[in-house]
Design a protein. Sequence first.
Length: 327
Amino acid sequence: MTVLVDARSDFAALTRRIRAAGLLERRPGYYTLRLALVATLYAGGWAGLALTHSLWFAVVLAVAYAQVALVAHDLAHKQVFRGRRWSAALGLLAGNAGIGMSYGWWMNKHTRHHANPNHEDHDPDVAPDILVWSTRQAERARGVARLIGGHQALLFFPLLLLEGFNLHVQSARAVRSLRLREAFLLYAHFAAYLAAVFLLLPPGAAIAFVLVHQALFGLYLGLTFAPNHKGMPVLTAADELDFLRKQVLTSRNVRGGRWLDVLLGGLNYQIEHHLFPSMPTPNLRRAQPIVERFCAEIGVPYHASSFAGSYAQALRHLHAAGAPLRR
């Protein structure tokens, strides 16, 4: 990638336009309604399972868990509350107690991702643990990444079915670095979840419920986050980009209507979200044309694709990155 000079004034100029449009203001009414709807879906899923003992509620709760995770994401970015105290308190309830995902561990990881998106050395989301994201990583791959890297594009969606389990495992591994309160809430969720499922369902059905629920939860969450950066340029230490270009050039928007906004939690406006992480979700749609127009004015490529197109690009990139492991 071409090395660019610092251009902090560009981001300052864009920020003035965004502030003038009032798009960094809190949206308490929106979040009150959204939190209420997500809580109702979550509670309704468990109540439905208790009343009917139907495995179909594994699907309902997979959607509910993913929506809770998206709420936790907004809390971590202080989109809901300006202060850290309320954001952290509700984040712990949503993440640790609600879905068994360590809020502290995930927030640390996600903060590093935002600071250096798609950077081989600094973004934990493109670390070559299982998948490789560049031919350079493929040439140095070890372990599982080396074993499957050559065919990772074919395995991408099946691997997403394991993402829910992976989030729980990574959260449990981080427990030594967690505060006592966070560790307690995390393991309280694990205990309550398994107790509820195995008390409400026969053993065989309970196991099936856990497998279906966690697989669909991981798939939904993966489908939400994967289109945002996969297939976009991967940065190295040789790339010297200012903040605006670093965020825009490594991010992709996903075009769609308001239903897509709901399903993806606003993360389909990934460029705007990376430029203004604390911007409330409903304001991202309004910020999008302002940001796209500004990028055109200063000559910065602005990338947006359809939902299907974003995955086609991501899979092509994964296939190309794994080329050294197919030789």
